[in-house]
Design a protein around this ligand. Structure first.
Ligand code: PCA
Length: 207
């Protein structure tokens, strides 16, 4: 029988940073066993187009039952469980290959938006109860992270089976460093695997 796998991706550094916690977390999780599943961690380039192609290649290679993409949201303080991917690229800064798309649809004939197929409410509830800083987010931005998230869900619609979604992580800080983020992500992934149907818990809020 084929081993059940979970693919976790992160990103290389970008925007002048020398590190990206999302890539560090994917590397830490590589090889972990969570709820009987083998985690495969992989880094993606911060480049429109190429990052999504590499993600698809990794999905075809590993045949994971779940795909969780991680990225850094430097302006946020908490883990953001992303709910929505938009069919739109609008870069604030060039990517690592110098591309800076502005107001370009990701897939000309794709839906305007896709929703995460992870049980994000159950994951949210689990992390809140464990005391981790977490939110349900309704915007993954319009840069490479949203691009990869959109392409992931678009791809998984044609490649049925795996569930997938995106989590933004903050910059590590003394009270919430890489060890703590890794522990929170492990709990979130285990909850995602165990939850076949998401809970109905309100995570709406005033912006
Ligand atoms: N964060 C960027 C792209 C890579 C990353 O880690 C983003 O939020 O789009």
């Amino acid at each position: 029988m084929m081993e059940r796998k979970i693919l976790v991706t992160g990103f290389e550094p970008f925007g002048g940073d020398v590190e990206n916690p999302s890539g560090q977390l994917a590397a830490r999780l590589d090889g972990a066993r969570l709820h009987g599943r083998l985690v495969r961690g992989q880094n993606l380039p911060v480049a429109f187009g190429v990052a999504a192609t590499e993600l698809q290649r990794a999905i075809r290679r590993h045949h994971p039952e779940m795909v969780i993409c991680l990225g850094l949201a430097a302006g946020r303080q908490v883990l953001s469980l992303e709910r929505v991917a938009l069919n739109l690229d609008d870069a604030r800064i060039p990517d690592n290959q110098g591309q800076k798309p502005v107001d370009v649809p990701i897939r000309k004939t794709g839906a305007t938006a896709y929703l995460s197929t992870l049980p994000i409410k159950a994951m949210y509830q689990k992390l809140v109860r464990a005391g981790w800083p977490v939110e349900v987010s309704t915007s993954a931005g319009t840069y490479v992270c949203n691009h990869v998230f959109y392409c992931l869900i678009h791809y998984l619609r044609r490649y049925p089976g795996p569930r997938g979604g995106f989590i933004h992580v903050p910059r590590p800080r003394p009270e919430f460093g890489l060890d703590a983020m890794e522990a929170a992500l492990r709990a979130a992934i285990i909850t995602a695997v165990r939850t076949k149907r998401d809970r109905r818990i309100s995570a709406g809020r005033e912006e």
